[in-house]
Design a protein around this ligand. Structure first.
Ligand code: HEM
Ligand SMILES: CC(C)=CCC/C(C)=C/CC/C(C)=C/COP(=O)(O)OP(=O)(O)O
Length: 288
């Protein structure tokens, strides 16, 4: 029973969904003005989690043909046939997405609901169905899905959004390519075997690593923009620390290419994002 539940949880990619929910909470708290009631923020964060989970599970369902070709994904339940790919899965996941959008609309407003929908649509359809198998730039557009997680929370605080929430959405947009390209670099043989044109499959390793470093620079620069919009010392310290570490690992990837350096950069992306989101969430609480 526990093993079956673990398999089911893995289909919904809940660890990533939790990060997306944290991004939504950060979006609500980075917005200037009155902080929305905690139940409203958590309800929108739950809507983002459910919507991300639906999109993540659809991704498993849609990629049941190529997941068996990659070591990292070949044991997934749709890839092994443990889960039958009947019509109930897409219908059930559509219903889950509708429920998540409705929760955001009820708990906050139509703008928050729209961003919850767009996050799932961009990841589940635009990235997974339309772009992932066609272009090396799939993740550049796909990364917008993370931005919509931020904007969903921000819309609960201010439907018209704010420079601060738009900057954080830009940060998530710029963060996603180096985050994913680092992993794709480490696992490029997998993606080549599955015929997926990830950047490290279609470009040389040195060119890919330079593009990753350039993206990390742009990301770190954007993460410091809140300095011009009233960000406090906690956020700026976290942005400098996390950004500095991410840049250090991206430079190391260019200087000493390889799987280990690529995975080090991937984990640096997670540390940098966690530091940023934590600082955004904690700083307003310290300010009182
Ligand atoms: C379309 C955009 C994105 C793509 C293609 C992508 C890709 C990936 C992949 C392939 C993994 C490895 C997962 C595994 O091996 O099961 C991963 C892990 C992770 N991603 Fe991303 N990511 C994206 C956006 C995001 C966003 C927006 C967040 C957070 C706000 C995020 C947070 C994480 C976390 C926390 C992990 C590690 C947890 C885990 O391995 O399950 N990702 N990402
Ligand atoms: C507002 C809202 C709902 C936002 C959603 C944000 C979101 C779910 C982003 C995608 C994260 C993710 C699971 C990427 C893996 O893609 P992949 O298919 O490359 O990974 P795989 O190879 O492991 O299947």
């Amino acid at each position: 029973m526990a093993a079956n539940l673990k398999v089911l949880a893995s289909v919904f990619k809940l660890r990533i969904g939790v990060f997306c929910a944290l991004a939504a909470i950060a979006g609500a708290l980075v917005t200037p003005g009155a902080v929305p009631p905690a139940p409203q923020i958590f309800a929108v964060a739950l809507a983002v989690l459910l919507s991300a989970a639906a999109a993540g599970a659809f991704n498993h369902y849609w990629e049941r043909d190529i997941d068996p070709m990659m070591n990292r994904t070949r044991n997934r339940p749709f890839a092994t046939g443990q889960y039958a790919a009947g019509p109930l899965w897409p219908l059930g996941l559509l219903a889950l997405t509708v429920a998540a959008v409705a929760l955001a609309a009820f708990a906050a407003n139509a703008w928050a609901a729209l961003h919850v929908f767009l996050g799932a649509f961009v990841y589940g359809i635009v990235y997974t169905v339309w772009l992932k198998r066609r272009t090396a730039w799939n993740i550049v557009i796909g990364g917008l899905s993370g931005s919509f997680a931020v904007l969903a929370g921000a819309a609960a605080a201010l439907p018209g959004l704010s420079p601060q929430s738009l900057i954080l959405a830009l940060v998530l947009f710029l963060w996603t390519p180096p985050h994913f390209w680092s992993l794709a670099t480490a696992l490029k043989d997998d993606y080549a075997a599955a015929g997926i044109p990830m950047l490290p499959v279609v470009r040389s390793e040195s060119e890919t690593n330079r593009i990753i470093l350039a993206n990390t620079f742009a990301l770190v620069a954007s993460s410091l923009l809140p300095a011009f919009f009233g960000a406090g010392p906690l956020y700026l310290g976290a942005a400098a620390l996390g950004g500095g570490w991410f840049l250090y690992k991206s430079v190391a990837l260019v200087r000493t290419p390889g799987r280990s350096a690529a995975m080090g950069n991937f984990f640096a992306s997670l540390i940098q994002l966690m530091l940023l989101l934590t600082a955004v969430m904690v700083e307003p609480l310290l300010a009182g």
